[in-house]
Design a protein around this ligand. Structure first.
Ligand SMILES: O=C(O)CCC(=O)C(=O)O
Ligand SMILES: [Fe+2]
Length: 333
């Protein structure tokens, strides 16, 4: 889809926003240490209303630890293809955990094919329980990978709850609002590898096609290669240039629905024309599978009438995945 077409389809969502030419950077230390929660909440409100994205710094996760997770990520993707395919996501049934090969998941299907490979895990389960919940698939003989990637997931679950406290405050909700619907939330820890791409990225092959994220919150660690782009009010792509030590945070469809479009689940994509391999580590967190997400009464008014019917978190999210995974489209046996 061309930039102009996306912008036109999206006009209503964008025309009330302020423009931005770089993603806001927010120091979250005063939120985490309690010294100025409201000050941080105010910055979050601007960022999520207008950009749907923010960098956060001073988030309490040591950069050395993040570097170690990148290191095992590179080693994992360097494994022979047959070892990675042995962990293919289709073997996890509806738990949706494991390896996805290049072009195996296309985020803007019918328009671009994604030149990326992925590996997904989530909260560990002994057996398949249902969509998003089941055993992880780990590569054999690589205990350091399992320990670091799972440890990173655990830290992200904790950090996301702290950030969601700031988001709740930014919406004048009690700060623990989200914890009430996050007793056993859906979470996905993803590792991504984008081989370098040539040519016209818009036309066919892209790193990850233009999309919004599906759930509540995404916490992204990037290496230093760059390639993430976020759409601004005018429909132009703004670079999400890597900032060492900072995470990129964005909200997904569920928070846009919750806020009745006051907060924006913004369109973004990745194009890796750097000539280098790019690695990134996104973490996605939602609410409990059965949590009902409906516009907050405080976000509905005469000038902003209710735009969404209630949806359950799991049904919304699973519906978006069914469109991207071939193994979910097979008729039931
Ligand atoms: O790799 C990135 O920078 C972004 C990835 C992304 O948008 C996603 O996985 O949803
Ligand atoms: Fe995304």
């Amino acid at each position: 889809m061309s930039k102009d077409l996306i912008a036109r389809l999206d006009d209503k969502l964008r025309d009330t926003r302020e423009n931005f030419d770089s993603i806001p950077v927010i120091d979250v230390a005063p939120l985490l240490d309690g010294s100025d929660k409201q000050g941080v909440a105010k910055q979050i409100r601007w960022a999520l209303s207008n950009a749907g994205f923010m960098y956060v710094k001073n988030h309490g996760i040591a950069q050395g630890f993040v570097d170690d997770v990148f290191d095992v990520t590179r080693r994992f993707f360097a494994l022979p293809m047959d070892q990675k395919m042995a962990l293919h996501v289709s073997k996890s049934d509806v738990a949706l955990r494991g390896y996805i090969e290049p072009f195996g998941e296309n985020t803007d299907p019918g328009k671009t094919r994604d030149l990326k490979e992925c590996f997904d895990i989530g909260s560990e389960r002994a057996a398949l329980e249902g969509p998003f919940f089941g055993p992880n698939q780990w590569p054999a003989g690589f205990p350091q990978f399992q320990e670091l990637v799972y440890g990173y997931h655990e830290k992200m679950v904790a950090l996301s709850k702290q950030l969601l406290r700031g988001i709740a405050l930014s919406l004048d909700l009690p700060e623990t609002h989200f914890e009430g619907i996050m007793k056993d939330p859906i979470s996905i820890q993803r590792l991504l590898h984008y081989p370098p791409q040539n040519g016209h990225a818009d036309k066919d092959i892209i790193g990850i096609g233009a999309h919004t994220d599906y759930g509540n919150l995404t916490i992204l660690a990037q290496d230093d290669v760059g390639g993430l782009q976020v759409m601004n009010r005018e429909g132009n792509w703004v670079d999400g240039t890597p900032i060492r030590g900072a995470f990129v945070i964005n909200i997904g469809d569920l928070i846009q629905k919750l806020t009745n479009d006051i907060y924006l689940a913004n369109m973004h994509r990745v194009i890796n024309t750097s000539g280098r391999e790019r690695y990134s580590i996104p973490f996605f967190i939602d609410a409990d599978f059965d949590a009902v997400i409906a516009p907050l009464p405080s976000c509905v008014s005469n000038s902003n009438p209710q735009r969404y019917q209630p949806v359950t978190c799991g049904a919304h999210k699973f519906g978006r995945f069914v469109a991207s995974y071939a193994h979910l489209q097979k008729p039931a046996a």
